[in-house]
Design a binder for this molecule. Structure first.
Ligand code: RM4
Ligand code: MN
Ligand code: MN
Length: 426
């Protein structure tokens, strides 16, 4: 199903007066607003195919119904999001959850919705039916060569699928690690993993990137073989210029200073991309910006400053992806909220730029109070009308969530796909 243009326009019309008033207010105090609107319009966030259905915990899964039953329907769902917010023009697939049996028609369908394929994700954290070797004790780190080879071959297969779809990157997230002291020889696990990553890297097409995603713990609870940004950076530095570190916001130990990690990875030219989500305790995979919006802003502040320092293109030089799981919300509503939170933080970071000189002087003068004022002034600025205007100009809805509800999209999807339709994935 899709949403007709006239419905978006009609809905926008009903909100226009109020929107204009708010927009005039912010633009009046913002020199360079046009440039910011353009940057916002260019910025696209990839939707993870595995977040289009309800996730679950190890205790249960409560499906909301109308979930996509196939890769085609997942693309259709991302198409809906993109039609509403014009900022979700990409999808990130997970193999084997999303094997494209007919890649040409999948590619055509995505193009029809204005969607491209962001990073491909491999899966060596679950055993698949009929698989020869088990990943119970790891994949690339495994003590047995046969298991390592199976994991390498799988990653190569994922690259091949990605090539057919026009993707340009592979994300490797390994659950490898150990649950108890003594279980693993750390150096051997690292070396095996590095050798495996090297073999995968060797077949990476010239214009591809490899993202090595780290995670502090879970499913292993004593050690993780790519456990933090230092370990990821070690692998990616040894692999070569096409290898980068991927930061998933939920993959740190509590209270880690993620913005500092981001700043240093950018400085080294080794930041590849992001998995956005939010968390209170661990890898909670909650809606972006729902728990720590100030942290998200501080991360974007470093991103904008660091990318500008290196002359990078905000929209295309890093991989912007969401990685989330929804237990109680409608997945599409949750994703609309997440993309909105990302756009708002990005917009707030862009307006710091106007003051960037003042921030530098405050830092040079050790004026801690002024530095804080400058950052919090941006964070406390209501930029919602700016983000909405960028969306409106691109043909999207002023209020995507409002229109989604007004059009009763979930009800329509349930009617079409069935109240019990459950998506593949986590
Ligand atoms: C992991 C990690 C990966 C994601 C899987 C589903 O915790 O975040 O990025 O692909 O979950
Ligand atoms: Mn992730
Ligand atoms: Mn995760």
């Amino acid at each position: 199903m899709s949403i007709e243009k006239y419905k978006i326009e009609e809905f926008n019309q009903s909100l226009l007066k109020d929107h204009q008033r708010k927009l005039d207010f912010i633009v009046a105090g913002l020199p360079g607003a046009e440039g910011i609107l353009q940057k916002l319009a260019d910025f696209q966030v990839a939707i993870p195919s595995w977040a289009l259905g309800t996730g679950g915990t190890r205790f249960g899964r409560f499906s909301g119904g109308g979930e996509p039953r196939s890769l085609e329907e997942k693309i259709e769902d991302v198409g809906l999001l993109h039609a509403l917010n014009r900022s979700s023009g990409a999808i990130s697939l997970h193999i084997p959850w999303d094997i494209p049996s007919k890649p040409a028609s999948i590619k055509a369908l995505a193009a029809q919705h204005g969607i491209r394929f962001d990073a491909m994700n491999s899966n060596t954290f679950q055993d698949q039916p009929g698989q020869a070797e088990s990943y119970k004790f790891g994949s690339l780190q495994h003590v047995r060569k046969e298991v390592r080879k199976q994991a390498i071959d799988h990653n190569i297969e994922v690259i091949r699928y990605g090539e057919e779809l026009g993707s340009k990157s592979l994300t490797v997230w390994l659950s490898d690690g150990s649950c108890f002291p003594g279980q693993l020889n750390f150096r051997q696990a690292f070396q095996h993993t590095l050798e495996g990553l090297k073999e995968i890297y060797a077949v990476l097409p010239a214009d591809w990137k490899m993202f090595v995603e780290y995670k502090a713990f879970e499913p292993n609870f004593y050690s993780t073989t790519v456990g933090d940004w230092g370990q990821s950076l070690l692998y990616t530095s040894k692999l070569g210029p096409k290898a980068y570190t991927l930061v998933d916001l939920g993959h740190h130990l509590p209270n880690a200073n993620i913005e500092q990690i981001v700043a240093l990875l950018l400085m080294e030219g080794k930041l590849g991309g992001f998995h956005f989500n939010d968390s209170k305790y661990g890898d909670d995979d909650l809606t972006v910006g729902s728990i720590k919006p100030y942290q998200l802003f501080l991360i974007f502040n470093e991103l904008v400053e660091g990318m500008d320092a290196r002359g990078m293109n905000h929209a295309t030089d890093l991989g912007w992806m969401i990685d989330a799981s929804h237990n109680v919300k409608d997945p599409l509503e949750d994703l609309l909220q997440s993309v909105e939170a990302i756009m708002l933080s990005y917009a707030q970071a862009l307006i710091v730029d106007l003051d960037r000189k003042k921030l530098v002087s405050a830092q040079q003068a050790n004026d801690t109070v002024a530095a804080q004022e400058i950052l919090q002034n941006s964070f406390r600025t209501d930029v919602r009308a700016l983000v909405a205007e960028a969306r409106r100009r691109a043909g999207g809805a002023l209020d995507p969530l409002g229109l989604y509800r007004h059009e009763k999209i979930r009800e329509q999807l349930m009617k079409k796909r069935g109240a019990g339709a459950v998506a593949t994935g986590l």
